[in-house]
Design a protein around this ligand. Structure first.
Ligand code: BEZ
Length: 236
């Protein structure tokens, strides 16, 4: 870890409109988030090309891409390296790297070149206490209306948990579709949380309703089967 400094870092927060930018990527130019309108999108940064943790992450993300696509979710990567570095690194991954049963992995989602750090600064990806020259491992989950719904930040040394990133996308889409909330460690098929009753009458009725279990007046859950969840939120 590099020395801390007190420069404030500004970042978009949950509920904010995702900051707009145009950028050059390994898949051509993009106009973000406008061209992703109607899709969920994960914008994520990595510290540097040709580094081991980042390589393991890109191989995992590329392998999971079809799984994200099932939920109408696109991926966009970013680092403060240049385009030719990105191209050479992704070619090396495809041609040479075998890791945990993954090989011949082609990264087909766009990887942004951000040598000016313009985008990285807009998204609070440069965190001087961790590094002045490399972006931290940021993850922004952005909805089809271009609103930031979740953000995660990891330090340079810690590879991300991609199951959790997918769980976030599924959990947010389920909460939107069924007007519920999801409890700790929720997975599709687990019970979900129904909104707190606004009055004593509703609370009493709830506690007596068979398909709702109330642990107390402020904490009621109901069943929501996995098939219904997946049928509703997967891309048609
Ligand atoms: C890595 O991806 O392995 C890495 C990148 C920057 C600093 C430390 C580790």
């Amino acid at each position: 870890m590099e020395s801390t400094n007190a420069t404030p870092v500004s970042l978009p927060r949950i509920g904010d409109k995702a900051p707009a930018f145009k950028a050059v990527t390994t898949q051509g130019e993009i106009n973000f988030p406008e061209q992703y309108s109607g899709s969920w999108v994960i914008l994520f940064s990595h510290p540097a090309d040709f580094t081991p943790v980042c390589t393991s992450e890109f191989m995992t993300f590329a392998t999971l891409m079809p799984e994200f696509e099932k939920y109408n979710c696109k991926l966009v990567g970013l680092s403060v390296d240049g385009l030719y570095s990105h191209i050479a690194w992704l070619r090396t991954i495809k041609e040479k790297i075998q890791y945990k049963g993954m090989k011949d992995v082609e990264v087909t989602f766009p990887l942004i070149e951000d040598i000016t750090m313009e985008v990285a600064h807009k998204y609070g990806m440069m965190q001087p206490g961790e590094s002045n020259t490399k972006a931290v491992r940021a993850v922004f989950v952005i909805d089809p209306k271009g609103i930031v719904r979740t953000l995660l930040y990891y330090p340079l040394s810690l590879g991300r948990n991609f199951d959790e990133i997918l769980r976030i996308v599924i959990g947010l889409q389920t909460a939107d579709a069924f007007s519920i909330a999801t409890p700790a460690d929720w997975r599709p098929g687990d019970d979900v949380i129904v909104p707190t009753a606004g009055s004593c009458g509703v609370a009493k009725e709830r506690m007596e309703t068979k398909d709702i279990t109330c642990h107390d007046w402020f904490f009621c859950t109901k069943k929501l089967d996995k098939e219904t969840v997946l049928k509703t939120i997967t891309k048609k």
